[in-house]
Design a protein around this ligand. Structure first.
Ligand SMILES: Cc1ncc(COP(=O)(O)O)c(C=O)c1O
Length: 392
């Protein structure tokens, strides 16, 4: 149960319904158990009548996970939330819960690679039809809509060129046709963008990224209305990609600093983007809060900051890009995003390595594109690091 009269930072520090804790401990207790006992048979009778009265088994529910889930629902402003073992567990569970044999789902083109593989290879095996559309606009979605379309799947900002989807426009169009909208909100995070407030039905996260924030855990989240989440819970119980209680407790700890981390990262990323835009060696910078971004006005309307990712082009010479990355000393060359550590990656050699050249060029992923995930270091050190590497 959220306490909407309190500010977000307060609610992140004091998550959950505020029940009393055993021994009056201050930190959120970790219930590291696979199962729960029923000292009297009548306890089991009560549980069978009312599953909220007790816990049965950690694949079904766990008190530590319950606290995390209520914090996640509160952050995204949804009725309910489910925590899972990874972002891909959240994405696949949310899709399986909303689809059955013979249904059709529309995906926008620029989604996370694992999501693309799910749409291309796995959903069709289950008799689910999928269509990918290049432009994530109501007109393009309308052209792809069929009689059996059930879901529309979005990601905004996109990785790595940070295109923005007008979430209000798409959710208005979808609700007019009785379609359920899902969004992967990993890149912005819930402190920067709350898609449910803009009409999107289901919000997904790789909690491995800014929610976890320290590159030391894998987790995922599905946030939405109670009825959709009930179906997700049923799917999760069978497919089993649950979160471990220990990871849930680590995430509860991470959420306490999320507002601070988010604010710092958004401010530093904007500074880094402005710095790069002023550099003659850099051809083009992609960042939603730069005035030069094609959808800057939409981004300002639906996001409170530009997020952690900045990407830019160093031309088409991959050798030059490799020298640049090797010269960096503060940015670490690694996959992932949203961590305390600033990261750098080259999409053609990492996230988009398996995407056919023509398709990735259509997505704006050129050979010389560099992606930064701005972290919590001093921004002066980040700029000095970029300066040194550009000079190399
Ligand atoms: C935008 C986005 N969504 C989903 C995922 C998958 O998350 P996970 O690695 O936690 O399964 C990732 C991972 O990089 C991602 O970047």
């Amino acid at each position: 149960m959220s306490k909407p009269d309190r500010g977000t930072a307060t609610r992140c520090v004091h998550p959950g319904p505020g029940r009393s804790k055993p021994f009056d401990v201050l930190a959120e207790p970790l219930f590291q158990t696979s199962t729960f006992s029923f000292p009297r048979f009548s306890d089991l009778d009560r549980y069978l009548e009312d599953p909220t009265s007790h816990h049965l088994y950690t694949r079904y529910e766990n008190p530590t996970t319950d606290t995390l889930q209520s914090a996640l629902a509160d952050l995204e402003g949804t009725e309910s939330a489910l925590a899972l073992g990874s972002g891909m567990a959240a994405i696949s569970t949310a899709l399986l819960a909303g689809l059955e044999h013979g249904d059709h789902v529309i995906f926008m083109q620029d989604t996370y690679g694992g999501t693309q593989e799910l749409a291309r290879s796995w959903l069709p095996r289950l008799g689910i039809e999928t269509t990918r559309v290049a432009e994530a606009t109501p007109d393009a979605f309308e052209a792809a809509r069929r009689e059996n379309t059930r879901l529309v799947y979005l990601e905004s900002p996109t990785n790595p060129v940070l295109k923005i989807v007008d979430l209000t426009a798409v959710s208005d169009w979808a609700s007019g046709h009785g379609l359920t909208t899902l969004i992967d909100n990993t890149i912005a995070g819930p402190m920067t963008q709350r898609p449910h407030d803009l009409g999107i039905d289901v919000v997904l996260h790789s909690a491995t990224k800014i929610l976890g924030g320290h590159s030391d855990l894998l987790a995922g989240a599905i946030c939405g209305r109670s009825e959709y989440l009930r179906r997700c819970r049923e799917t999760l119980r069978v497919f089993g990609a649950v979160i471990d209680p220990f990871v849930a407790s680590q995430l509860i700890r991470s959420l306490k600093t999320l507002p601070l981390r988010n604010e710092h990262i958004n401010a530093s990323a904007l500074r880094v983007a402005r710095y790069l835009e002023a550099r003659p060696e850099v051809e083009r910078v992609h960042y939603p809060f730069l005035e030069s971004h094609a959808q800057h006005a939409v981004a300002r309307r639906q996001m409170s900051g530009g997020g952690c990712l900045v990407s830019f082009s160093l031309g088409d010479d991959l050798e030059r890009v490799r020298r640049f990355v090797d010269a960096l000393q503060v940015f670490t060359h690694a996959a992932s995003l949203g961590s305390a550590e600033s990261l750098v990656s080259v999409p053609v050699t990492m996230s988009h390595y398996h995407v056919p050249r023509e398709q990735r060029l259509q997505m704006g992923v050129t050979d010389g594109l560099v992606r930064l995930s701005v972290g919590l270091e001093d921004v002066n050190d980040l700029e000095a690091d970029l300066e040194r590497a550009l000079a190399s």
